[in-house]
Design a protein around this ligand. Structure first.
Ligand code: ATP
Length: 214
């Protein structure tokens, strides 16, 4: 069973998340992509939209795609959501775990809790995000750790000494962010075509991001 984790604040989920995950699911032969909203996000302020509301938007966005599933594992655990804890919780025999992250996240991976253990436990799939040129392992990681990676040219991916892979996936670039959607919603502007219609309707019905704009 090949499972990819797409973690995020998802405040709100948008087509940048969805399209890159769909292309990874198809292109990397994943059986499932798990979308896991954080409880509290380590690198972001705490005044986020409530976790249950963000999870509900994820559920609405994923409806109808049998390859996508929403998971409340981090919300149930509560507190700051560290990916390493989630990965340990989801590690089980017969499951090959991969982590999908945008290149903005990969570029700052050394700020993540226990990032070295993470590289031991999961495959990484780095997707493109405009404005953030992707760093290679030699640029993003400390020298001693980068030395544990080498490029497998025929397979077009990096391997590491824990038998995990690091793939730079050339997914369709969609220059949208949750911050921009919150700003537009707060300014009373249209957010159509930035996220799925059910999410747009939910944001309107609940009056999310109306003010103050974050
Ligand atoms: P915010 O604007 O609030 O910081 P965000 O749009 O960056 O939010 P997150 O929920 O923080 O969204 O992102 C979750 C994951 O999705 C991260 O790994 C991030 O790099 C990735 N991601 C976010 N937006 C895009 C996008 N447009 N294309 C590809 N990946 C994305």
């Amino acid at each position: 069973m090949r499972i990819a984790i797409m973690g995020g604040t998802f405040d709100p989920i948008h087509y940048g998340h969805l399209r890159s995950a769909e292309e990874v699911r198809e292109g990397c032969g994943m059986d499932k992509v798990l979308f896991i909203p954080t409880a509290l996000t380590p690198h972001k302020p705490d005044e986020l939209t409530p976790a249950e509301t963000r999870l509900e938007m994820v559920r609405l966005a994923l409806a109808g795609n049998p390859g996508f599933e929403a998971s409340d594992v981090e919300i149930k655990r509560g507190g700051r959501s560290f990916t390493i804890d989630t990965v340990k919780e989801l590690t089980m025999p017969g499951v090959e775990l991969s982590l999908i992250i945008g290149n903005d996240s990969f570029n700052s991976i050394t700020t993540w809790c226990e990032y070295e253990s993470l590289l031991e436990l999961v495959n990484l799939i780095v997707v493109e995000r405009p404005g953030y040129p992707a760093k290679k392992p030699g640029e993003a990681l400390p020298v001693a750790l980068a030395r544990k990676f080498w490029y497998d040219a025929p397979a077009e991916l990096y391997r590491n000494s824990w038998d995990r892979t690091l793939i730079y996936a050339a997914t369709t670039v969609f220059d949208v962010s949750s911050t921009d959607i919150r700003r537009r919603a707060g300014a009373g502007e249209s957010i159509r075509y930035l996220c799925p219609p059910a999410v747009v309707d939910y944001i309107r019905e609940k009056g999310l991001y109306a003010s103050p704009v974050k």
